[in-house]
Structure formats: C-alpha cells, structure tokens
Design a binder for this molecule. Structure first.
Ligand code: F6P
Length: 376
C-alpha cells in the first residue's frame, strides 16, 4: 500500500515542472491521504538524502511559475556519481545506497519527472527493484513514447515570438537573420517554431544540409525582391560532409570541431554552429548576416496554458499510477488521452523529426528550404 511518495525533477528544467509538482502533491495528499517528500536537485538529493516535506501549502501559487521549486540537475547520475576527493574527481556507483535510502525513509514510490536522461536512470533503478513512476518532460519533445512532453509548447511559443521580432528588423536592414534554438538531437522546436513564424530556411539535425543550397535559397529570395531571410537553426544541425565552404581548403577535409561534437553526441555550447553557418552564408551570399542565440530563454518563464494543463494531467495520472502500484511505468499522452507505457519502452529510442514526415512536407510545400535536395 503506497502511503509515502517521493518526487524529484531531473535534467534541464522546463516550463510546467512546478505545475506537475503541484498536481502530484495535491492529488497525493488531498485525494489519497499520502505524504510527499521532495528531493532537491534531481538525483543528487536522492543520493545525499537532501529532501523536504511537501504539503499542499508548499505548492500553492506555483502553477504559473517557471523552473522547479525542488531544483534540478542534468549532471548527477546515481550510477556514476561524481565525488571530489583530495582535489581529484572520482565516480562511484551509488545506486544501491539510493535504494536503501528510499527504504530507510519509508518511501513507497518515487516519482521522477524528467527527459531522456532522467528517465533512463529511472528505468535502470526500476531494474534494481526501486519502485518508481516516470513523468515525461522536456522542451525538446523527443521522447518517443508520448505524443507530447510539457515544456515543448512554451518553448515553441518563445521561439516563434523571437522569429516574429527578427522579421521586422531583418526586413528593415535587408539582412539574413539566423535564430539558433535548442535541439541537439531532435529538431522539433526549430521545425514547429519555423513553421509558426514563417521562416525561410529551417536546419535540423535530422536533415543534413548543404550550405550552398541554403545560400541558393537566400539568393533566390533576393532575386525575387525579398532582401531579407530568416533562418532557424537547431543547435544540433549538421552539414552534409564535404559541403562546408571550408571544404575548398584541402586541410579542412576533416569535419569542423562543432560538427564532430554533435556527431559523437558530446555536449556543444550553444551558438557554435550558428556562428559558423552565418559566416559561411555571408561569404556565399554577400548579404549581411546576424545571429541570435535564444538559448535558455526557451527553458525559462511561465508555462503556456497548454503546458499547465498537460503537466497537471501528468501529475494527477502519475499519482494514480503510483497508487495502483504500476511501478516501472511512465505516464504518457497518447492521442487525446493520458495513458501509461513501460519505462523500458519509453527510453528505448528518442523521437526525432521524420525527414519526410507531414510537418517537413508542409513546410516544403510552402517553399521553406532545408538545405537538402528534396524540394517537396
Ligand atoms: O534537454 C533540454 C535541453 O534544453 C537541450 O535542448 C539542450 O541541448 C540542453 O538542454 C542544454 O543544457 P544545459 O542547460 O546543460 O546547457
């Protein structure tokens, strides 16, 4: 019988995390008479037993607030926990002590709200027998087992507003404006905000682009009397090897460092790729080009009504799942309904943009360039 629920928020924050915490605490306490313990800073709090009691009063007034009152971390993994000793960094597997800690403090079920990284750790803890339930969140919308994650729509809204604002200044100055948005492995934000904001070119990780084709698109617009262009670039957008203008240089046959990092899945500081692309485009088109990196603005601020509703639905459903003892499962949006999928299934693959999917095809029908060969 579940009487005491633990909760943590892990990974990069996103709008809607406080709304999900509010829904979890209110449902657990008011509907089921449970107690709730909140772990601070994601899995770090779980390893270090850093927690607080959460009551409905504690979560009152946070529905519309960005961030997470519990704090989060996208570095701390109990299976490879960083420990500083005598000025050196070591890593230790703390997963057994996490399981023991939960037992010691009488937590009957842990709810972990996070993206791919947090939920993969949750799946691994569940394999060790930890009783937990997952809640999907990420601005990237790249979890395959749910039609939508909360945080995504707010990020799309923020990026769309940025495109709207860039349009007017791009037009006044006859410039190419590059907007870099988040999305290391999946281009959903770039694609949806690009369509919503009427971008001329959208570059996403799933479609390898040729910089010459991007330049050609911009020049075609110029020849048609449009002296400005808006290019939306996902931070993980890559190039078709050998087509970078640097490839003219025999020394540059090797991939640029930022591309190598993206291809090998290493973290890349935002701004790298768009800074390089803008230089190349300026050289190829002769049109003045400027870069805006939207960065963490996409993760901050008030959740949109859609995200408040989705996170509230997920929070209530997660507590229902915990009380039904459906451990090892994650709540998910399937069509119009909130259902459940196993954490194993949920973390098997990430959801990337199908390069010939409906959204890409409709964008191409409107003349949006992706820097590839297939116009339509
Ligand atoms: O996973 C969410 C995300 O926002 C990615 O789109 C982005 O690449 C990453 O987090 C940035 O993380 P950090 O906060 O470590 O810069």
């Amino acid at each position: 019988m579940v009487k005491k629920i633990g909760v943590l928020t892990g990974g990069g924050d996103c709008p809607g995390l406080n709304a999900v915490l509010r829904a979890i605490v209110k449902t657990a306490v008011l509907k089921y008479g449970c107690e709730v313990t909140g772990y601070r800073d994601g899995y770090r709090g779980l390893v270090l037993n850093n927690f607080i009691k959460l009551t409905p009063e504690d979560v009152s007034g946070i529905l519309d607030k960005g961030g997470t009152i519990l704090g989060t971390s996208n570095r701390d993994n109990p299976f490879r926990f960083e420990i500083k000793r005598d000025g050196r960094t070591e890593y230790a597997d703390m997963s057994d002590s996490v399981a023991k800690n939960l037992e010691m403090f009488g937590i009957d079920c842990l709810i972990a709200a996070g993206g791919d990284g947090t939920l993969s750790i949750a799946a691994a803890l569940a394999r060790k027998g930890v009783k937990l339930v997952g809640v999907p969140k990420t601005i990237d919308n790249d979890l395959s087992a749910t039609d939508m994650t909360f945080g995504f729509m707010t990020a799309v809204e923020t990026a769309t507003e940025a495109i709207d604002k860039l349009h007017s200044t791009a037009e006044s100055h006859h410039r190419v404006m590059l907007l870099e948005v988040m999305g290391r492995n999946a281009g959903w934000i770039a694609l949806e905000a690009g369509i919503a904001g009427g971008a001329d070119v959208i570059l996403i990780p799933e479609i390898r682009y040729d910089i010459h084709k991007v330049a050609q698109k911009i020049l075609e617009r110029k020849n048609a009397g449009k002296h400005f262009s808006i290019v939306v670039v996902a931070e993980g957008a890559g190039l078709v090897p050998g087509t970078c203008s640097r490839a003219a240089d025999p020394e540059a046959e090797a991939m640029p460092q930022d591309e190598k990092q993206v291809w090998s899945g290493q973290p890349l500081h935002s701004g790298c790729i768009s800074a390089r692309i803008s230089g190349e485009l300026e050289k190829l088109t002769g049109i003045e080009t400027r870069v805006t990196v939207l960065g963490h603005l996409q993760r901050g601020g008030r959740p949109s009504p859609f995200d408040r509703i989705l996170s509230t639905r997920f929070g209530v459903a997660a507590v229902d799942l915990a009380l039904r003892e459906r451990f090892g499962y994650m709540v998910s949006l399937i069509g119009d309904s909130v259902g459940e999928v196993s954490l194993e299934e949920a973390t098997a693959n990430i959801k990337t943009v199908p390069s010939n999917g409906e959204l890409v095809r409709i964008a191409k029908s409107l003349g949006v360039g992706f820097g590839d060969d297939n116009g339509f």
